[in-house]
Design a protein around this ligand. Structure first.
Ligand code: ADP
Length: 169
């Protein structure tokens, strides 16, 4: 049974087994959550991302997929990087946003992670409407069989927190 918890705050300050990163396909860092994770986690995370680019993910991590690295100085064992879809021209592919959540949980299960923190994937620079992203995120976690005991959505601001709270009901 997976419990969904909502927390307002900074995902880099969470004590969990795994922190999910809203990465971009380069895996080499960016703004938003990605920048914050690399800043606080230190160079070990980027070193592993570079190694992934040099091996399995030569062309980058495809949208909707997930891959784990160490978590450096974060209070976590792993970072699970996933690439959300971009909202463009008033649309985006919801199956890819669902896939990010499903794949992150699959990787978490492979690792044996029991507590996993997720940001509101795609709702920053990638522009996905918050209400819709919250619905997809919560529905997908509810529908995905997993051994993860706690999924903690860590929402940066009031607006995101309220959107996820409405979905949890
Ligand atoms: P994307 O490129 O997938 O849109 P972003 O990192 O730009 O990813 O934003 C995703 C969400 O994460 C946004 O709602 C943003 O406000 C939020 N966010 C940014 N920094 C943090 C942080 N340190 N902790 C938690 N959430 C954050």
């Amino acid at each position: 049974m997976t419990t969904i918890r909502l927390v307002q705050g900074d995902i880099t300050r969470q004590s969990v087994d795994a922190v999910v990163n809203a990465a971009n396909s380069s895996l080499l860092g960016g703004g938003g959550v990605d920048g914050a994770i690399h800043r606080r986690g230190g160079p070990e995370i980027l070193d592993e991302c570079r190694a992934l680019r040099a091996s399995r993910y030569g062309k980058g991590l495809p949208t909707g997929q997930a891959v784990a690295t160490a978590a450096g100085k974060l209070d976590a064992r792993w970072v699970i990087h996933t690439v959300g879809p971009v909202w463009q021209g008033g649309r985006g592919d919801p199956s890819l946003l669902a896939s990010c959540h499903r794949e992150a949980l699959r990787v978490a299960d492979e690792l044996g992670a029991r507590t996993v923190a997720f940001p509101a994937i795609s709702t920053g620079v990638y522009g996905w409407p918050l209400e819709d992203a919250a619905r997809i995120a919560v529905e997908t976690v509810r529908e995905t069989p997993t051994d993860v005991e706690e999924v903690r959505f860590v929402l940066f601001d009031d607006r995101a927190y309220e959107a996820f709270a409405r979905q949890l009901g």
